[in-house]
Design a protein around this ligand. Structure first.
Ligand SMILES: [Zn+2]
Length: 160
């Protein structure tokens, strides 16, 4: 059993494989842009990338720019076992963010100890190049939110 495990174990960092559906998503993240598909017929946003709208089944869509902001819907803390590439990161979080556009996005919250993660926490996307082709999207907490609800950068917090 453990021989089989060793034979299929991924040792290097597993990265997304660009496909016909998601290549535009990763082209955008390389430019530091978070873009989601938006249906040209009914206006629904969607993520993960796919050919048809889940609401009206239209195949027409555009890659529209996201605000990059959202809030934590739920999360988990991974304490292991995990892949060798992630072993040194333990414990680490996996968060589910509801973007302001309404789509869910699974990622990781940076610079936040497990005990400080909260539901509804406002977060903003940050871009982490992994190699020439793939730039990953992760998140940071937004420390200050102005009265009009618009996010300011976390660096304005007096606690930092
Ligand atoms: Zn639609």
């Amino acid at each position: 059993m453990s021989d089989l495990r060793e034979s299929v174990m991924t040792r290097t960092l597993p990265l997304p494989l660009p496909s016909a559906d998601n290549i535009e998503f990763y082209r955008a993240t390389r430019r530091g842009e978070l873009r989601f598909q938006r249906c040209s017929e009914c206006g629904s946003w969607r993520h993960y990338p796919r050919p048809a709208c889940g609401e009206c089944h239209s195949l027409d869509f555009a890659w529209e720019l996201s605000s990059g902001c959202g809030h934590i819907y739920t999360w988990t803390i991974v304490r292991g076992p995990t892949l060798p590439a992630f072993q040194d990161e333990l414990p680490y979080n996996v968060i589910d963010v509801v973007m302001d556009e309404g789509v869910h996005f699974q990622s990781q919250l940076l610079d936040c100890p497990p005990e400080e993660i909260r539901a509804e926490q406002r977060v903003e996307a940050v871009f982490e190049p992994a190699n020439e082709d793939i730039t990953l999207v992760k998140f940071r907490r937004i420390q200050g939110v102005s009265t009009d609800g618009r996010a300011r950068t976390g660096r304005e917090s007096p606690h930092e």
